[in-house]
Design a binder for this molecule. Structure first.
Ligand SMILES: CCCCCC/C=C/CC(=O)SCCNC(=O)CCNC(=O)[C@H](O)C(C)(C)COP(=O)(O)OP(=O)(O)OC[C@H]1O[C@@H](n2cnc3c(N)ncnc32)[C@H](O)[C@@H]1OP(=O)(O)O
Length: 717
């Protein structure tokens, strides 16, 4: 796991633990013993520490967290470096992260390739850099830089790290060769002043104002996430305490944090994020055996909000796009939107003006579907009407080349029905982007019963290539994301009907950590879209949405949202919705007395006496109704694993990452409690079928199986 060789007077110690050279126990032992070997070899005058393969060590082995850490720790390796009596050079390529960077900071010198990156990302997995990083970095780069790097986990490119003295020299070529050359230059030269523990932190007199400013920033963005605050304390220890005492204090904090639910959730999320690319179809195809098709040209049908967002996502990843609309007027409007989204990207520094120009020049347009005869892949993004989509897909099937893949950006409709309108159902798949599609990273890919593994592999690969987080699920109304979101939106309305205020519900859920409460989300998305589909659904059933409707198709129904729409209050875009806005399109909102009156009149007309609704009830009814649906989704095999559901929620709805996602959150609360509360609400609200407890949840509530085994258990149900 650690290689050792000598080149003249230089000993090279190379960590060899693929794929990322994590500092597992055996690696730490190897480093420690080989440092001893170099110390005891009189012919060795300098030492180079590097990583084999793709990277310098990226930190502790996260799989080992939760076990009692075995010595030598990273700090023991560090102390050995400091006291070696010979200069030690860290030669960094790839990423030098966490414990990896800490070891480099214990070294006397650090060199790096230009494309290397360094950082202390412990905060992102709910921890602090207890291996020495929080003590050493302030002594090298100063308190201000240390605070920024450690509380955000940001990785710095080598050139920026060099600006802050973290890297002594940026070198090109072979990193080991460069390391040896550097070592030959510094061997036999004094290096005691390079031992960072003997320095005092730069900017220590400004600790208080820096701390206050950082804590203010953390408060604004952290929404109940504790690790950044602990990181601030760990850096303050570098000023307040002698080096070894600071290390000891930080180790105690690290051990406490490791036991916290937030660290467990973040580490779960880290691995969940990586597991989603390991997809499997019920028919047996999977990520390891299916080969994606090469996609060079893509067409997007529909230049509305979704179509233009998808177009920008594709263009900015370097794909040429042929944008299609039914007439020139819509097309022109779409092109303008694409241009302004690209300009917005330049303003937000997502890309340079030059890149935006390149992207823009890769856009072509047409109003003629026949022009799609040579594209490799089509993404349809028109209205959510099945007959319209069926019509388009049947035309595409005739026009497009036989091997072209046909994708639908539907958020709700049955992929099998859309596929059935073609003679190539194996090449039809759902690619559900989230709005705004050029920004939101989730891409919910939906397979139908005939979608081929090759088609799935192609859209999963496409998602990655355009910087999205692609998650694969099966088909059912609303798939995973919207199906789970639906009961939550309904519960939010029912809570208002029963006595809560929209702003109260929004506040409770924002305090929980959601980026926006459900009523603000409704206003942002526009109430008219849901209203139209509710009216369509009613029409389909031969019903009308009336003012005093309390039941719809046998289910409890709340008509408050319809009443707002009747008044033209569609949300932000019309300047009024659940809130009022200072002008149409503005985000500046205020509570609207008219809405409060409307709600009161609604309750009066139905004879509902408002009651006080607690924070606990709001959280439970919103979160648990979605979680119950999540278990049904698992039970039905729509999602293969809880990890898929959680990643959908982290990236599609901004569910707080420090809770891991709704399924992990449920596992932390305890499935017995979650199940009991769902049964309680089922008893209270028998006319809301979303409270019918999931059978899988019921079973798991008795067995309390770890989350990693839920999927296995469900296959045995
Ligand atoms: C009480 C004692 C006190 C001692 C304190 C010592 C504490 C030290 C703290 C730490 O060092 S915590 C760890 C800090 N480091 C990280 O958090 C790095 C996390 N990794 C990444 O950010 C990325 O993986 C990467 C390194 C930038 C590489 O990204 P890339 O996209 O190239 O590859 P991935 O698909 O992400 O990863 C490949 C593969 O490697 C696995 N992996 C990555 N990092 C770790 C790790 N630190 N430990 C274990 N495994 C890791 C990852 O899961 C992938 O595995 P797979 O099986 O192929 O999915």
């Amino acid at each position: 796991m650690v290689d050792y060789w000598r080149q003249g007077s230089v000993a090279v110690i190379a960590v060899n633990n693929p794929p990322v050279n994590a500092l597992s126990y055996n690696v730490r032992v190897g480093l420690y013993n080989n440092l001893d070997k170099a110390a005891n070899d009189r012919d060795v005058l300098a030492v180079v520490i590097c990583g084999k393969g793709r990277t310098f060590p990226v930190g502790a082995d996260i799989h080992e967290f939760g076990q009692i850490p075995k010595e030598p720790w990273i700090t023991d390796v560090g102390r050995k470096i400091e006291s070696l009596g010979k200069p030690v050079i860290a030669a960094i390529h790839g990423t030098g992260l966490g414990g990896g960077l800490e070891i480099a900071l214990f070294c006397h010198y650090r060199i790096a390739l230009p494309n290397a990156r360094v950082g202390l990302p412990e905060v992102l997995i709910g921890l602090l850099p207890a291996g020495g990083g929080a003590q050493l970095l302030p002594r090298l780069a100063g308190i201000q830089v240390a605070m920024e790097m450690i509380t955000t986990g940001r990785q710095l490119p080598a050139s920026e790290a060099a600006k802050y003295n973290i890297i002594d020299k940026v070198v090109s070529g072979d990193i080991v060769k460069e390391g040896i050359e550097f070592a030959l230059r510094v061997q036999n030269k004094p290096f005691q002043d390079k031992i960072l523990r003997y320095r005092s932190p730069h900017g220590k007199d400004s600790l208080q104002p820096i701390t206050e400013a950082v804590l203010r920033k953390i408060k604004m963005r952290s929404r109940g996430f504790y690790a950044p605050v602990w990181c601030v304390r760990s850096i303050a220890n570098s000023v307040k305490l002698p080096f070894e005492e600071g290390l000891a204090q930080n180790r105690i904090m690290f051990q406490q944090m490791q036991l916290s639910g937030q660290a467990k959730a973040l580490q779960y999320a880290f691995f969940a994020e990586r597991s989603i690319s390991k997809w499997k179809l019920p028919c047996g195809g999977n990520f390891a055996t299916a080969v994606p098709r090469k996609i060079k040209t893509i067409s997007v049908i529909g230049a509305g909000t979704m179509g233009t967002g998808i177009t920008v996502a594709l263009l900015s990843a370097g794909f040429p796009v042929l944008l299609v609309e039914q007439n020139k007027r819509f097309l022109m409007k779409g092109v303008q939107t694409v241009q302004s989204l690209l300009e917005g990207g330049v303003k937000r520094r997502k890309f340079t003006a030059e890149q935006a120009k390149m992207a823009s020049s890769s856009l072509t347009t047409t109003v003629d579907l026949q022009a799609l005869n040579s594209v490799d892949l089509v993404i349809e993004a028109v209205f959510e009407t099945l007959s319209l989509k069926e019509d388009i897909f049947s035309k595409l099937d005739k026009i497009c080349k036989p091997e072209a893949i046909l994708c639908s950006n539907t958020s709700y409709l049955n992929i099998d029905k859309i596929a059935a309108s073609t003679r190539r159902p194996d090449k039809v798949v759902g690619t559900h982007f989230f709005s705004p599609a050029h920004i939101m990273r989730l891409m919910e890919n939906i397979y139908g019963c005939k979608t081929s593994p090759e088609t799935v592999a192609t859209v999963m690969d496409l998602g990655k290539r355009i910087g999205k987080v692609p998650v694969l699920v099966g088909t059912c109304p609303g798939f995973c994301a919207n199906r789970m979101n639906r009961p939550q939106s309904e519960e939010a309305l029912f809570l208002v009907e029963e006595g809560a205020q929209p702003e109260q519900i929004d506040q409770v859920l924002e305090d929980f950590g959601m980026p926006m409460g459900p009523f603000k989300v409704r206003d942002l998305a526009g109430g008219d879209i849901g209203w139209r589909s509710r009216k369509d659904a009613a029409l389909h059933l031969g019903l009308t949405l009336s003012y005093d409707l309390q039941f719809f198709n046998g289910e409890r129904y709340c008509s408050l949202a319809d009443k707002l729409c009747e008044l033209g209050r569609f949300g932000q875009k019309t300047g009024s919705g659940w809130y009022s806005y200072d002008k149409p399109g503005s985000k500046q909102l205020s509570i609207d007395e008219d809405v409060t009156k409307l709600i009161q009149n609604h309750r009066d007309s139905l004879g509902i006496k408002p009651r006080k609704i607690t924070t606990q009830e709001i959280q439970e009814r919103f979160l648990f109704s979605g979680i119950n649906e999540g278990f049904k989704i698992l039970e039905e095999g729509i999602a293969a694993r809880p990890e898929d559901i959680d990643i959908i929620w982290l990236y599609g709805f901004g569910f707080p990452r420090h809770y891991g996602g709704p399924m992990f959150y449920a596992s932390q609360i305890g499935l017995k409690r979650v199940y009991d509360r769902i049964c309680h609400y089922h008893e209270l609200f028998p006319y809301s079928s979303h409270w019918m407890p999931s059978k899988l949840l019921q079973k798991l509530s008795i067995q309390e199986v770890p989350i990693g085994q839920w999927a296995e258990l469900h296959s045995k149900l």
